[in-house]
Structures are given as structure tokens and as C-alpha cells.
Design a protein around this ligand. Sequence first.
Ligand SMILES: *Cc1c(COP(=O)(O)O)cnc(C)c1O
Length: 467
Amino acid sequence: MQMSEYREWARRLVDWTVDYYAGLRDRPVRSPARPGDTLSQLPDMPPEDGESMTDIFADFERIVPDGMTHWQHPRFFAYFPANTTPPSLLAEQLVSAIAAQCMLWQTSPAATEMETRMVDWMRQALGLPDGLRGVIHDSASSATLAAVLTMRERALDWVGIKSGAAGQPQPRIYASAQTHSSIDKAVWIAGIGQDNLVKIETDGNWAMKPEALAAQIRADRAAGYLPAGIVACTGGTSIGACDRIDAIMDIAEAEDLYVHVDAAWAGSAMICEEQRGHWRGVERADSIVFNPHKWLGAQFDCSIQFLKSPEHQVRTLGLRPDYLETLGQDEVVNYSEWTVPLGRRFRALKLWFLIRSYGLDGLRTRIRNHIAWAEMAEAQIAALPGFRITSTCRFSLFSFRWEPEGLDGDAASQALLEAINDDGRTYLTQTKHQDEFVIRFQVGQFDTTRADVETAVRVIAEIAARV
Ligand SMILES: *Cc1c(COP(=O)(O)O)cnc(C)c1O
């Protein structure tokens, strides 16, 4: 394709984008597609000869939008948000135009230095202390893997990266059952193994019990294990549980354990000072991850990991073969030494555009609205006949169940959820809480309005009346 043709198509796609956003409320949120619908529309074999962009784009319009669940739909209340915003979209267009690999300072000086500055802007925005540094990963799963590998190596005094972890004392990691499955996956990949991720009992508020944690660490040391680190959560995925970071840090400091805080979703809310009590003590943690690509509006992928002492992680991941030496530039930061992948996208640009475009105050207003509207929806659903709130609002997430007279609550709630999502006006997802099937309601889509939240509650009531 010639650049002249690119220019014309790029303009058309901007028009398509604006119309797509304008029409989102008229589309079903969750795709009505059945498995195989898209596959059956794609030719078995790749073309030998080039095709026109007109044909390619016509097929895109015919096949793709209806085959997608619309994450930017203002009535998307499922999972956690993965928002984008116009300034973030614009930045990503420029990033894909420049198409640089941002692994070393010298391959991408502006991207590297902007990353340093944007991580520090976010540190200040979240009220974290001076001196904390950080890096931008693709996803929280990658940041957590980096933290777990660092826990392992720090406990083994970096013998594992040299000789392998086999034959060494067995590291153990501690977390509650409210933490995300990415912690389980990280211990699998790190060669620590699921059995050595010890899930600590939680209290009535779904926070890890500090005394149970301390007792487990003592018992493990006595049994010959090597306690290596703790993963605490602020805003767990299921119902938004928050560990008591300060109490966990007391134990970690006494036991010399590395602490990683997973605030992938709820970290964004910490731009609002009144939310910071939920992670009191976080400034003492070694590593903190949060995803501006969720609630904040920097589109996927953009996950910030703050680090108290980056040298631990760089010693774990900072491989530097001859062909990656940056000669005469000892003072520069090469962020690929902080992360698992070598190649890196220019992720800081969308943060720069986003934060400048809305200002922190504009972003705070959205988050405060979302939390207020979630509390409103919780009260409205609590008042519906046959409905029970199963976990109250944490940030902007609560869960509920439908238990109509004479029906099994699990089956009824599941049938209700399926009917709501088939209806298409809103989209919710489920979790298991206290061994019950419950429906999550999470307000966080960037363009959602109070009216959208009210519509969702109305749809729930209307469908329950007819299911
Ligand atoms: C979304 C989420 C993750 C996973 O994030 P990715 O960026 O998709 O890897 C981990 N932990 C929590 C608490 C989350 O909400």
C-alpha cells in the first residue's frame, strides 16, 4: 500500500471510529456470536494476490463488529473495565506510526525518559512516597511474574538464575484466596509450584488474617521451607477485597519477606485521596502494580509497577548480552532489564496525552461518580423483591443474588444472568462467593452515565419479573 492510499484510509477509519462510539448504546453489549461464527466467514487459505483495501474493509465491517463484545459500551458492567479515551487513541496512533522497540534508552530515548516521568507523575497522583521508581509492563500478570521471580531470587540469593532452583531450599509465597489467578500462574511459571503458594485464611472482611500469616511463616521455617514473599491485594477481582497492608508489612519486615501489592483495578481509585485508607501502609511495600488500562482510561496495554528498590528486579531480569550493550551510556535506564520481554511498546505516550487532556481532577470526577453510582445501584437492587446483596460496594464493585421463593438461588441467579446478557442492553458477569453463584456489578466504563446505571438496574428488575 502506498502512503497516499494510507492517508485516505486512515481518515476514513477515524470517521468509522467516531460513528462506532456514537452508535455503541444501540448495540448489544455482549456479542450474540456463537462459536465458529467468525471462523466460518474467513477463507480457509490465505490469498496469493493482494486485495484492495475496499474489499478488506467491507469484510471487516461485515464480520468483526458484530462478532465483538463491546468493552467501550457505556452499559458494560462486567469484569473490570478496560477503558480507552480519545487522547489515548490518538497517542496509540502515533505510537503505531513510529513503531519503535523501546527496550533500551538508545533505541528510544524519548520513550524511555517519558516512561520515567509518567511513572513518577502516577506515583504522585496515587499519593505514593518520593523515591519509589517503576516501569510500565503490558499487563499486571507480567508485573506480578516479575515480582514473584524477584521474590524467589532474593530469597535464594540469586542462585536460581545461575544454577536453577532445583536442589535449593523450597521458596514459599503467601497470599489470600481473594488474590487474582495471575499470582497462581506466576508461581507455576517461576517453578515454585502451586503447592508452595500458601493461601492464608481471611477474616470477616475478606482480608488476610495477619496472625494466620505469621503462624504459617513460622511453621514453614520450622519445616525447612524458605519463605520468600507475600502478595497482598487491594481490590481483589472477585468482590474487591482489600488486605490490611500495614499489618502484613509488620510481619514482612520482621521476617525479611518481599511484598508485592496487586492493585491492578483499584489502584486507579487512589488518585482520590479519600480511597487511600484501603491500602494504608502501601508505601512500605517493595512492589505495587496497578493498571491505568483499566479504570483510568489509558487503553490496553499499560500496567505500572512501582518498585522501592528496582535493583532486586534488575538483578533478576537484567540480562545484558554483548549485542545489547549501550556503550558509554552507563548512566541511562534500559527498561527491558526490568521486565521479562525484551521488546517493549512506547506505552508512556498515552499516559502523557491522557493525564494532560483530562487533568487529574477530571479523572477523579469520573471515579467518584462511578463509586457513587455503584452505591446507588446497590441500594436499588437491595430493594428489589427476592434480591440479596452478597458483598457490599468496595470501590465501585458489589455482588448480588436472586433468590425468588421456592427456587434454588444458584440456578435462579444463573438463569437471570444469562437472560440479562442475551437481552443485550447491559452486560454483567458472575463469581463464586462463599460457595454461592453471585452476580458482580461493577461501574467503571469511562463514558457511563447515571442514566446508564439506572437502565441496567431497570433491565435486571424487568427480566427478573419475566424469567
Ligand atoms: C485485572 C486484574 C489482574 C490481571 O491483569 P492483566 O493486566 O490482565 O494481567 C490481576 N489482578 C487484579 C486484581 C486484576 O483486577
